[in-house]
Design a protein. Sequence first.
Length: 367
Amino acid sequence: MKKYLFILVLPAIVGILVGIVVLTINPKAGQHVGDVLYSKGVNVDSYAYAVAKAAPSVVNIYVTSPDTEYAGENKKEEGGSSAITNSASGVIMRSDGYIVTNYHVVPSSKDPDQAVWAMLRTGELYRAFVVGYDPRTDIAVLKVEAPGLKAISLQSRRHELQVGDVVLAIGNPNNLGQTVTHGIISATARSGSGLITRNQMNIREGLQDLIQTDAPINNGNSGGALINTAGELVGINTASFNGYQTYGIGFAVPTKLVTAVMSEIISHGRVIRGYLGISDDGTVPLPNEQGVGVRVGFIDPSGPAAGLLNVGDVIFAVDGRRIASLKELIENISATTPGTVIEFKLLRDGEEHDVQITLAEDRVGMD
């Protein structure tokens, strides 16, 4: 009986030993196994393969005062001021040196004397140059000249996000590089209301499609990677909720939006989008159950809508297309070339009006 039991158990023991040897010689084999398990829908208790796959593409970002040659330590310059003025995270998006981080991380055009550095997982430090940024989405693109960079894998169609999916945040919180935290997707398509950006600016008008997660996103995680358990980038960590005694509520910009913004910035140095110059006061039902419209809550006095729209107007169609949310209105305006004349259908004091407005270019936060 013992002989037969030994014969049955021996192949399993050999298989385990071979697996240990293979993973010791080639750790990347673990990533492949993880990808296979993920694609098969098999639950795993460890996310080591996902981290091993994505972590080499996550960098530490440092912003320093002028003429600082090394930013890896928070050392003091003559005069006692700290060399590092900001530390955060970034993600290598392309092997030719393009890195994405947050707009609120990098120096603005008003801080031309500050330098940006990217530290790889290996500890190598490279000067990074700001290609451009987009305040509306809190995305900035950097460029480094470095060999052998590993671009992160992007979220594939077969791994579409769902509420409840496990995600991992990789970044540099409190200058602790390559820190990994985990949580779940709490919600998708969140607006940016109540989020903190540069100078405490509310970004509700910009971010209308955020990923919400309870994975801890601490100071310094900004610009870091939010990945799924296949090691694919699902978003760029961007902000925490601006509220007292609020925990487990963080946000990331979805990969699809990140890549679109990055392409625009690389091509034009900025994202070119139309600008109307209003903010909303919520949606309201239209008469006779004809749907809903967006009520105007504020008008930029120097924007194209000034003198043409009134606070309280309810916009329900743009160029003949019905809209049912602020998100739809923003997408329509943003996708339109500045200088284009657009016709808005709206209700004002119970009467329907057609108003034509020439869009300007959205330059908010760019000057």
